[in-house]
Ligand binder design. Structure first.
Ligand SMILES: Nc1ncnc2c1ncn2[C@@H]1O[C@H](COP(=O)(O)OP(=O)(O)O)[C@@H](O)[C@H]1O
Ligand SMILES: [Mg+2]
Length: 410
């Protein structure tokens, strides 16, 4: 009750021990950071008496003791310097997750906040109930901070590094996204020391499970419906394993109608949980921009943009590239993959590169063994490893983990 609401350096240092702030024992510990004293007091009051409040990120950093904390960042974090400080703290301290409360919510601010690692942005005035709900939701995304023991714990060998998220995207259906995502994921699973997960985010028409001939017991729908209780161990149980390389797959819903139940926040949360234990999370996507795709682009380290070798394909990919630029997607994330690059369609890859204004990072040839493999439910890198197309996938995978090495490259 007598906890200080202000974290001014001269004052007694607020304690940040788990389970104390925010009232009920089932809530994660929340703290408020804002350089405006009146605002931080008001926000702290919304979360209940006893919620610690700090004037800056540094003050919170000094008070951390390793227990999971949800930091509610006040409106002063629109300031890029403050936001950068928060970003650094969030990157360095995995036990801290953040929400931002802002006076004015713009797409620009939302993007900057998400890029800084903030999990949710709320617009003030915010109701106590909504703020608490956001704190609870975000609190559950804090991965295991201490070593987890118990069944399968060797899978969660936590070196403190989060996995790399590689999304395969195109604005044209049939361009080869699913073929590329599944073959790349299989190769990374062969080469990676840590688990590799393939997520089918083509929620309506996902066909990764069919391409890999898997009979899934669970899909993304199960992950979303148990999201409240979700942690890495639970999520791992829902994944189906592809043999022999041990790729873990989270399949799309079996019925297109279920797609509506799954929003961007849920998908992002699932991916963020997967990357706590996976070395790589490869994501297959639908052929259009929706909120799920936009959310996933934000959290992805790499966006592999797939272009087929015909004019409608190139036109659509060009529009897709323009959209990504408008969304301020960092261009360093983008890698262009030209699929069916040797087709006798009189389109030269250098011509395509010139049209798109981007150099291709990989050229995947057209090969009859691809549809043959798809129809057998086998990834071509396993069924025809000596084919030219399998070699091209090998070179694509080399850009993440060189073949023959068991070490991650980035
Ligand atoms: N490099 C390729 N060579 C030959 N056929 C291909 C190649 N890439 C994709 N295909 C064929 O195109 C079809 C569509 O590919 P898919 O990966 O399902 O596209 P998307 O997921 O983008 O809709 C597949 O069934 C496959 O047979
Ligand atoms: Mg597909």
């Amino acid at each position: 009750m007598n906890r200080p609401f202000s974290g001014n350096p001269g004052e007694a240092q607020p304690q940040v021990d788990a389970g104390s702030g925010g009232g009920g024992a089932s809530h994660p510990t929340a703290v408020v950071i804002c350089s405006d004293a009146a605002v931080r007091t008001r926000l702290a009051m919304l979360l209940g008496a006893g919620t610690a409040a700090f004037g800056s990120v540094d003050e919170l950093a000094d008070a951390l003791d390793g227990s999971p904390i949800v930091a509610v960042l006040g409106p002063s974090f629109v300031d890029p310097i403050e936001l950068t400080a928060a970003e650094q703290l969030l990157a360095a301290r995995r036990e801290v997750a953040a929400i931002m409360v802002t006076d004015e919510l713009s797409t620009d601010l939302l993007q900057r906040a998400l890029r800084a690692g903030v999990k949710d942005v709320l617009q003030s005035p915010v109701e106590p109930h909504d703020l608490q709900a956001a704190v609870d939701r975000v609190g559950r995304t804090i991965g295991p901070v201490s070593t987890v023991s118990g069944p399968g714990s060797e899978q969660f060998d936590d070196d403190g590094e989060v996995g790399r998220v590689v999304m395969v995207f195109s604005t044209k259906g049939g361009s080869g996204k699913s073929v590329i995502a599944s073959n790349l994921a299989v190769l990374l699973a062969q080469r990676s020391e840590k688990p590799v997960v393939l997520v089918d985010a083509d929620l309506q028409f996902g066909d990764v499970a069919v391409m890999l001939k898997l009979a899934p017991q669970h899909t993304i729908v199960d992950a979303v419906s148990s999201l409240d209780r979700m942690d890495a161990t639970m999520l791992r149980e829902l994944l189906v394993e592809h043999q022999p390389e041990g790729l873990l797959v989270l399949p799309a819903p079996l019925e297109p109608a279920f797609a509506d139940q799954i929003g961007a926040a849920e998908m992002v949360r699932i991916v963020e949980t997967l990357r706590t234990f996976a070395g790589y999370v490869v994501i297959d996507t639908p052929a259009y921009f929706n909120d799920v795709v936009l959310g996933l682009i934000e959290v992805s380290d790499d966006v592999l943009l797939v272009a087929g070798m015909d004019i409608p394909n190139i036109k659509n990919v060009k529009i897709g590239l323009q959209t990504l630029r408008l969304l301020n997607t960092p261009m360093e994330k983008l890698r262009l993959i030209l699929n069916r690059a040797n087709s006798k369609v009189r389109l030269d890859s250098s011509e395509v590169e010139r049209t798109l204004g981007v150099k291709a990072d990989a050229l995947i040839p057209s090969d009859i063994v691809v549809p043959q493999a798809v129809n057998r439910g086998e990834p071509v890198v396993l069924s025809a490893p000596r084919s030219e197309v399998a070699k091209a996938f090998g070179q694509l995978a080399d850009q993440f983990i060189p073949s023959g090495s068991k070490k991650r490259w980035f």
